[in-house]
Design a protein around this ligand. Structure first.
Ligand code: NAD
Length: 464
């Protein structure tokens, strides 16, 4: 038989190609850069070009971001990869959080013009872009924060350089590439959203120090919030919380119990807003625990609590390997067969116990018993540590709800619902994944990423 050398070569090439692993996505390109300097410079060039685009253009770009992030396969990918790469959280809840971020984060409509008109003419205050924003994002909401920040920052006319947590680098780079492709398809300047292929502390520091970065936005724990606030630049700090939930004797106890289990188990307690410790008035504490167990809580007692503490806490810090893990896995590690459907672990403890004092970000809730509602409110204020983040209260006594609201001074105060109602999930109001307690912007939106500029026309255009 005669063999055609050209056909043989083609067959060999086909076989070899099939044996090789699929080509990985290019590491750089579409907004992802090899070094931070290049990422910042590209964003600065994009932002200069963006200044000449119209408000209609901005609306189109924001719509493209929403559409790209709402594609069902992208929602699935982000939810599953976030759990796989960070080792934390629940894919079903992450799907929901990503969807809410893409659908509900306010866009250009958030930039409301203020105006005065009179004999001296017309003066407006308009929300103008800051320029290039350096945004640092957490492991706990990796993609939600990038979606939410991108919508708000781009709606406000900025470009953004992301510095994600190294553990979720691959997913964050995928997201930046996907967003750039979607923006390019609708005519936006290239590189309005950039990042680096290998995020690191050094890269974050380089970004913070870069002269072309005009504003910093940190969504994370106390270390990064302190770092941006010490940078000498305009900074928004969205830091840690330790949300207490107070339950008084007037509350609908069964409803309160269900809300606490729902809120504290959401994404395995990763949200900075999730219930972290319970303060219950003595008269209803047993009833509350009974109802919590009915709704998916497991009560750990005595030596079980000590053993749990050894596993999940290291001094005053949660052990990273247990952050955002399901309650069933934590119980198994503690030698307990988890009851079917278990969602949180409740442990009655003192007000000084690590499960009460520290932000664990695990579905483990310390419960402190107090004699009356005023004692509960005072303890909640203490345990919130002045973070000004989130607090929850279950009560039908409007005076006590008011007292707690006034004393605790948190950015979010949810009454008679699970904590996630404060994020616009089942409660009124828009969602955000950057809640700026320390610097006071609150639930950030497009206008948080702007400068207020006065434009004065003298003598005319008062038509009243
Ligand atoms: P983290 O503080 O460990 O990391 C957050 C980001 O900051 C990451 O990108 C990390 O690489 C970077 N970083 C941390 N310290 C740094 C430093 N000294 N210099 C430079 N970069 C630094 O937090 P995490 O575990 O990813 O996220 C959980 C924390 O974030 C919790 O404390 C939670 O309450 C908080 N959080 C707050 C909000 C909010 O809106 N207020 C939202 C989500 C998470």
């Amino acid at each position: 038989m005669k063999i055609d050398p050209a056909a043989l070569e083609a067959t060999i090439r086909e076989v070899v190609a099939a044996m090789l692993p699929a080509q990985p996505e290019p590491i750089v390109g579409d907004g992802v850069f090899a070094d931070m300097n290049a990422a910042v410079e590209a964003a600065a060039a994009a932002q200069r070009e963006y200044l000449t685009h119209s408000m209609t253009d901005r609306r189109r770009y924001v719509a493209a971001i929403r559409e790209a992030m709402l594609t069902p396969e992208h929602l699935d990918y982000m939810a599953e990869e976030a759990v796989a790469q960070s080792g934390m959280g629940d894919a079903g809840h992450k799907y929901l959080k990503n969807k809410i971020a893409a659908e509900g984060t306010p866009g250009v409509e958030d930039l409301i013009t203020e105006a005065w008109s009179g004999d001296d003419g017309l003066t407006t205050i308009e929300y103008s872009p800051y320029g290039v924003i350096g945004a640092i994002t957490p492991t706990t909401n990796p993609t939600e924060t990038i979606t939410c920040n991108s919508i708000g920052m781009i709606a406000a006319g900025n470009a953004v350089v992301f510095s994600p947590h190294p553990r979720v680098a691959k997913l964050s780079c995928w997201q930046v590439r996907t967003l750039n492709r979607a923006l390019r398809a609708v005519g936006a300047p290239d590189n309005l959203i950039t990042t680096v292929a290998a995020p690191s502390l050094e890269n974050t520091n380089a970004m913070m120090a870069h002269p072309l970065v005009n504003m910093l936005v940190a969504t994370g724990g106390p270390g990064i919030v302190k770092a941006v606030l010490s940078s000498g630049k305009k900074a928004i700090g969205a830091g840690a919380g330790n949300p207490p939930v107070v339950v008084d004797a007037t509350a609908d106890i069964e409803h309160a119990a269900k809300c606490i289990v729902d809120g504290a188990s959401f994404d395995n307690n990763l949200p900075c807003t999730a219930e972290k410790e319970i303060i219950a008035v003595d008269a209803i504490a047993d009833m509350l625990k009974f109802c919590m167990i009915k709704h998916g809580a497991y009560e750990a007692t005595g030596d079980q609590i000590t053993a749990l503490e050894r596993i999940v806490v290291d001094g005053d810090k949660p052990r990273t390997e247990w952050v955002g893990k399901p309650a069933a896995k934590i119980l198994e590690a503690n030698g307990v067969t988890p009851p079917p459907g278990v969602r949180v672990i409740v442990c009655e403890a003192s007000a000084e116990h690590p499960f009460v004092v520290h932000e664990l970000m695990m579905p483990i809730l310390g419960l402190v018993r107090v004699p009356d509602v005023d004692a509960a409110i005072d303890l909640a204020v203490k345990l919130e540590h002045g973070n000004r983040h989130t607090a929850i209260m279950h009560s039908l006594d409007v005076r006590k709800l008011t007292r707690m609201g006034k004393l605790i001074q948190t950015t979010i105060f949810v009454k008679n619902g699970p904590s996630f109602n404060g994020l616009g999930i089942g409660g009124e109001g828009y969602p955000t994944f950057t809640i700026a307690g320390p610097t006071g912007e609150g639930l950030t939106s497009a206008r948080s990423f702007t400068r207020r500029r006065r434009c004065v026309l003298v003598g005319d255009l008062n038509v009243r």
